[in-house]
Design a protein around this ligand. Sequence first.
Ligand SMILES: NC(=O)c1ccc[n+]([C@@H]2O[C@H](COP(=O)([O-])OP(=O)(O)OC[C@H]3O[C@@H](n4cnc5c(N)ncnc54)[C@H](OP(=O)(O)O)[C@@H]3O)[C@@H](O)[C@H]2O)c1
Length: 245
Amino acid sequence: MTPQQNNGKIALITGANKGIGLEIARQLGTQGITVLLGVRDENRGREAAEKLQTEGIDAHVVQLNVTDQSTIDAAARSIESEFGKLDILVNNAGIAIDSVPPSQLDIEVLRRTYDTNVFGVFAVIKAMLPLLHKSDAGRIVNMSSGLGSLTQNSDPNYEYAQVKLLAYNSSKTALNAMTIQFAHELKDTPIKVNAADPGYVATDINQHRGIRTVQQGATAPVRLATLSADGPTGGFFDENGVVPW
Ligand SMILES: NC(=O)c1ccc[n+]([C@@H]2O[C@H](COP(=O)([O-])OP(=O)(O)OC[C@H]3O[C@@H](n4cnc5c(N)ncnc54)[C@H](OP(=O)(O)O)[C@@H]3O)[C@@H](O)[C@H]2O)c1
């Protein structure tokens, strides 16, 4: 395929070797953005990058395990030395490993979930912020979930009201809270921070039980990653608009 016309923007997507993250990288890459696939397994990452390269996308692999600070720091250093800045950070890496009612949840499962879905995102944002400040239009997108919405969770008529996964759901609620906190701190800078709900998408995280495609799931995060200067910050959106907190 013909290489995309590069527009000089650099995007890092965590957990981009498969699922929605890979599709976000594809859609951003198709817009001429250089995409850095943040992956914990370099071999899987290389395969994904090669696939995107055959589609004409400028894709690179960055080894990054969001629960391993040394890999996050090394990733920030290598992006700094190779690209000098970061325009877009999509915190997509996430896990869903609980399946029992709250009273039966093993605290280690709760800890591991928060390590990836909450502390991991915090660590990556903190490490990448100096690079995002070097962009004239930095964008941070946190991959949340409708299951993280307290409004929806507390509504017995919510479509997924039966899905009460304490670890996963509350980790996304915490991620939403983090989104508001960072957006507030950065409100007088060009950097916008938003949370995205991709909907229920068929991927490995749900054994492909989701009802939407990765193309559909990537729509909201890609839109938030490419917001213009007059776009929102500190919000929670799916492809149809605002999602209640
Ligand atoms: N699918 C849905 O219905 C749905 C709905 C709402 C929100 N989401 C969110 O969307 C995001 C992407 O999920 P998905 O559906 O695409 O699931 P997925 O196919 O399982 O992809 C998850 C990605 O995260 C990576 N990852 C997990 N732990 C990591 C770590 N410690 N460091 C770096 N990468 C790590 C995985 O890498 P490995 O391949 O190495 O495991 C994989 O690339 C998640 O945050 C998820 O919570 C998904």
